[in-house]
Write a protein that binds this ligand. Structure first.
Ligand code: GLA
Length: 320
């Protein structure tokens, strides 16, 4: 019998910076996905789910994971496919997945499923680093969902430590675990369902990539380079990414020295930047952030993750 667990994540600050090699600062949350089961002879992966009516039955040698049904099986198949692409041979498996993560709420339930599947499938097969596991799971996510996502969710879930934020340099793929100051806590709240597949996520990736080509790398670009971008929309997207990367670094520094006021201010500035420059927020998410900011113990609040719905996070002082 084997049992693995992979937690979900919130992102404290640093959204839409990962796919141009910038900085992000996500953190694991308590809800998690568990896979329990046994290895079997042969190549069949058979996974039932507590949340989905149909079980997944896929061969570990599957060629076309994006065609698997039920649709949630594409994440499973994508991971198995990517493991084989590394020249490794996962064993057959029969088990069950369950999760306390709300699905489709922007808390990375799909990345948690991918990392859990990878941890099971790699058991006794190969010892990969967290970065290697995250990279193969990111590829699986792209195949399964068609969304050209960055590495943040998978790398946070593969490498994060409970109660600590994970500062990720998405270019170097290095990680620093950042303790949360004892005087604050982060909370998150689900506001509206969202799907990145079919959303403007891919458009944002394309716009950022254009900006990156003109004045990049964006992680090193200064704001005075924005004048070189003639398209005003792409210019705004670049301004978000440049300022957001700086906010992540400033936030991590503020965390280290316990400057909670600065942490809160940066989170709210980050939300404003997504609201006006990156345009990944909407009226519901904006209203939720304003409502949170009116609460007496809240020092900062923002939309978290890909956007167009999902969850908001708040930084709250404990001594209030
Ligand atoms: C989604 C993607 C991540 C990242 C965020 C936005 O969660 O999966 O790679 O781009 O959106 O920060």
């Amino acid at each position: 019998m084997i049992e693995v667990r992979a937690h979900g994540r919130i992102n404290l600050i640093g959204d839409h910076t990962d796919y141009t090699g910038g900085f992000v600062l996500p953190m694991l949350i308590d809800p998690y996905t568990t896979i329990v089961g046994e290895f079997t002879d042969g190549d069949l992966w058979s996974l039932a789910s507590d949340d989905e009516p149909d079980a997944v039955e896929v061969d570990t040698t599957i060629d076309d994971p994006a065609s698997v049904r039920p649709v949630w099986g594409r994440y499973v198949a994508g991971v198995l496919h990517q493991i084989r692409a590394l020249g490794l041979s996962p064993r057959g498996f029969r088990g069950r997945v369950s999760t306390s993560l709300p699905i489709g709420s922007g808390l990375s339930s799909s990345a948690a499923l991918e990392v859990a599947v990878a941890r099971v499938a790699l058991t006794g097969v190969a010892e990969l680093s967290d970065v290697e596991v995250a990279t193969l799971c990111q590829s699986a996510e792209r195949i399964a969902s068609g969304v050209p996502c960055g590495i943040m969710d998978q790398l946070c879930i593969a490498s994060g430590r409970p109660g600590q934020a994970t500062l990720i340099d998405c270019e170097q793929l290095t990680i620093e675990h950042c303790p949360v100051p004892a005087t604050v806590r982060f909370t998150y709240e689900f506001i509206a369902p969202r799907r990145l597949s079919g959303s403007e996520y891919a458009t944002r990736v394309e716009e950022s990539t254009r900006a990156n080509r003109i004045i990049g790398p964006l992680r090193e670009a200064k704001l005075d380079r924005l004048v070189d971008i003639t398209d005003p929309v792409v210019q705004r997207r670049a301004r978000h990414v440049i300022t957001e990367n700086q906010r992540v670094l400033d936030f991590a520094h503020a965390m280290r020295i316990g400057d909670i006021e600065t942490m809160g201010r940066l989170m709210t500035e980050s939300h404003r930047s997504m609201q006006h420059d990156y345009e990944t927020s909407n009226e519901l998410m904006d209203a939720a952030v304003e409502r949170l900011l009116d609460e007496p113990d809240v020092i900062g609040a923002r939309l978290t993750g890909g956007g167009f719905g999902g969850c908001v996070v708040a930084l709250r002082r404990l001594d209030h």
